[in-house]
Ligand binder design. Structure first.
Ligand SMILES: Nc1ncnc2c1ncn2[C@@H]1O[C@H](COP(=O)(O)OP(=O)(O)OP(=O)(O)O)[C@@H](O)[C@H]1O
Ligand SMILES: [Mg+2]
Length: 317
């Protein structure tokens, strides 16, 4: 307690101009974005920071390549990438399984599966690994099966805390399915919680979609740290299959951020960048991937070209 001599009142706080003091005026779009000078300054600073991501190894003989699409940043195109890469590979004759580990359950919508009619979901798969075979469902694409994620995944992490071997549940559940598929692609929620860790423990490779917007690389150091930890403690095979540029637009800022990402991950980048394209955003409302909705659209072409690169990287070509 302050003594009487020191006075009973606190000194005045220093006053800095508050944001609410700013006079609001109609502004042009560029003025809200960081200036290009600022972008350049930050770009250089970020490029120097090493982001050490291990390269993935080839798939073991006779089993599916398991790939997790992950970035804890929300809305960067993870689900869109899962749906369209999986569909493109299935259309090329590969046998593909999508596992939706996100409670938003958007993979089902995008692949034409009615979530309300599904009896077993990814939650059942994790809690009861024997349900793997019966939890699979056909989709709008021949040769592409999926295990549906839905709201029942909310709260699962809390329940799993009580279970032994909680990080390996998904890996164990998927094991008997692996000889029957060429590729298993796991969609993850925008978080690095226990469900995402389960996906990483089950995987050979990781795809990291990065939106070519300001702050694109923000948070990737955290993801890199998680990958290193999972590799060190739980899954020494785990490595990165690729960094993907998504929702790319021909603005100077997008180009500059894309350049920065390419510089940071020269060996891991998967070209081409996926262009921002309204047809990609529309397709899920029809319950079909872009290749059935509008294959010649920019989005359709980009995902086709990207699938060709990944097909080679995964030894499927
Ligand atoms: N290349 C693109 N062009 C235009 N819209 C896109 C593109 N890619 C994704 N979208 C749209 O952007 C939104 C976010 O994409 P998506 O759901 O794939 O991201 P996400 O990373 O899975 O999000 P979340 O973190 O919430 O799971 C969706 O409405 C999607 O349709
Ligand atoms: Mg998603």
């Amino acid at each position: 307690m302050p003594s009487d001599e020191e006075g009973s009142t606190l000194p005045e706080v220093e006053s800095a101009p508050l944001v609410i003091d700013v006079e609001f005026t109609e502004v042009e779009e560029e003025s809200t974005a960081p200036s290009l000078d600022a972008v350049e300054e930050i770009s250089t600073a970020r490029a120097r920071r090493p982001l050490d991501l291990p390269r993935a190894q080839p798939t073991p003989e006779g089993r599916a390549r398991v790939v997790t699409v992950i970035n804890q940043k929300g809305g960067v195109g993870k689900t869109t990438t899962v749906i369209n890469i999986a569909a493109q590979l299935a259309l090329r004759g590969h046998s593909v399984l999508v596992v939706d580990a996100d409670s938003q359950g958007n993979c089902a919508t995008g692949l034409g599966v009615d979530k309300s009619k599904v009896s077993a979901t990814t939650r059942d798969l994790i809690l009861n690994p024997e349900s793997a075979v019966s939890a699979r469902h056909a989709t709008a694409v021949e040769g592409l099966h999926m295990i549906v994620g839905d709201r029942s995944l909310v709260g699962l992490e809390q329940e799993m805390l009580r279970q032994l071997g909680r990080e390996r549940r998904l890996a164990e559940a998927l094991e008997p399915l692996l000889p029957h598929y060429d590729v298993v692609i796991i969609d993850t929620p925008p978080s690095l919680g226990l469900v995402s860790i389960n996906a990483l423990v089950a995987s050979d490779g990781i795809l990291i979609p990065v939106q070519t917007e300001y702050f694109a690389l923000e948070g990737l150091a955290l993801l890199a740290g998680t990958i290193r930890e999972v590799r060190g403690l739980l899954n020494p095979r785990l490595g990165v299959d690729g960094v993907l540029l998504t929702m790319h637009a021909p603005t100077l800022l997008n180009q500059q951020v894309a350049g920065e990402v390419r510089e940071t991950f020269p060996d891991l980048i998967v070209e081409p960048a996926i262009r921002r394209n309204i047809r990609l955003a529309e397709a899920p409302s029809h319950g079909i991937p872009i290749h059935l909705h509008d294959p010649t659209s920019a989005g359709g072409q980009d995902y086709q070209a990207m699938a060709t690169v990944l097909e080679r990287r995964w030894g499927l070509a």
